[in-house]
Design a protein around this ligand. Structure first.
Ligand code: C2E
Ligand code: CA
Ligand code: CA
Ligand code: CA
Length: 278
């Protein structure tokens, strides 16, 4: 039994070592990817449920690795956060998305807003990256064309530099959305304090929206509460017409999901957005 234990222990160590090595390799690859510009920003339409038209899009990063192929952000964003590379990557994504928004607005003369994910790490004062507000002035993009998506946890962060930055955004006119709403803490008291604009109902709720489910009841309650507080609601992960219809009946403002479109490369998104039949 003792030797088994030892074997198991050494096997475990070995696995940890392999894991550490794989992580190190991925980190090296991430650095190379930043240098060699292997990332692309994709855009997923957000549809106004009142008009059925696209008025916004969420910017979602994609990594096209020369041999690994497309790597999911779920697989590299956490590592980018852990290594601090998220600052450089996040600033690049922001500039790409802001430039694209400027281009689309100028070309179409239509109101268009871009939603950009910003993880708690990107708010850390010590890792301070580029000044996003200054960049918007530089390219002449209206600040209210930018929505920053944060998670509930950020609002409960006690680090004053984090909340200070968020309030700077608010003061500059940038809008704020709470991503994955309902999955984390219930930070209801913070919604007013930080003057939040949007709540995004998490896909785990949307997936189970059917007559009689608790997910539908919770979504309806979120929408009523949000409207009373002057916030608008975006449902994520809408895949079926049945889900959409129940969300419309519940008074939901916006929807995003495969029912409308997957995240698209900029050219394909532009085509969809400028399609006169949309
Ligand atoms: P998220 O912010 O919650 O993004 C929504 C995710 O749901 C995206 O996955 C999107 O492709 C996916 N999705 C959209 N519609 C549907 C649908 O109808 N059904 C299903 N099953 N999924 C749908 P993606 O692009 O793989 O991104 C995963 C996560 O990675 C994001 O979750 C976000 O937390 C993070 N992420 C992605 N891009 C960025 C970025 O530019 N910066 C930061 N900091 N994080 C990012
Ligand atoms: Ca998001
Ligand atoms: Ca989300
Ligand atoms: Ca507001």
């Amino acid at each position: 039994a003792k030797s088994t234990g030892r074997n198991r222990a050494s096997y475990f160590t070995n696995t940890m070592q392999e894991q550490a090595q794989a992580k190190l390799k991925l980190t090296t690859d991430l650095r190379t990817a930043l240098k060699e510009k292997q990332f692309r920003v994709f855009y997923q339409p957000i549809v106004d449920l009142l008009t059925g038209k696209i008025g916004k899009a969420e910017a979602l990063v994609r990594w096209f690795h020369p041999t690994r192929g497309m790597v999911s952000p779920a697989d590299f964003i956490p590592l980018a956060e852990e290594t601090g590379l998220i600052i450089e990557l996040g600033d690049w994504i922001f500039k790409e998305a802001a430039n694209f928004t400027k281009y689309i607005s100028q070309k179409t003369q239509q109101t268009f807003q871009i939603s950009i994910n910003k993880s708690p790490f990107q708010f850390h004062e010590k890792l301070r990256g580029e000044d996003w507000i200054a960049y918007l002035s530089e390219i002449g993009l209206h600040r209210n064309q930018i929505v920053v998506e944060i998670t509930e946890g950020l609002l409960l962060n006690s680090d004053p530099s984090v909340t200070k930055r968020l309030l700077e955004y608010r003061d500059a006119g940038i809008e704020v959305a709470i991503d994955d709403f309902g999955t984390g803490y219930s930070s209801l008291a913070y919604l007013n304090k930080f003057d939040i604009d949007y709540l995004k109902i998490d896909q785990s709720f949307t997936k189970n929206i059917r007559p009689g489910t608790s997910e539908l009841a919770i979504s309806e309650a979120i929408i009523v509460m949000a409207h009373k507080l002057g916030l608008r609601v975006i449902a994520e992960g809408v895949e079926t017409e049945a889900q959409r219809d129940l969300l419309i009946a519940a008074g939901c403002d916006f929807a995003q999901g495969y029912l409308y479109s997957k995240p698209l490369p900029s050219e394909a998104f532009e085509k969809l957005f400028t399609d006169i039949t949309q």
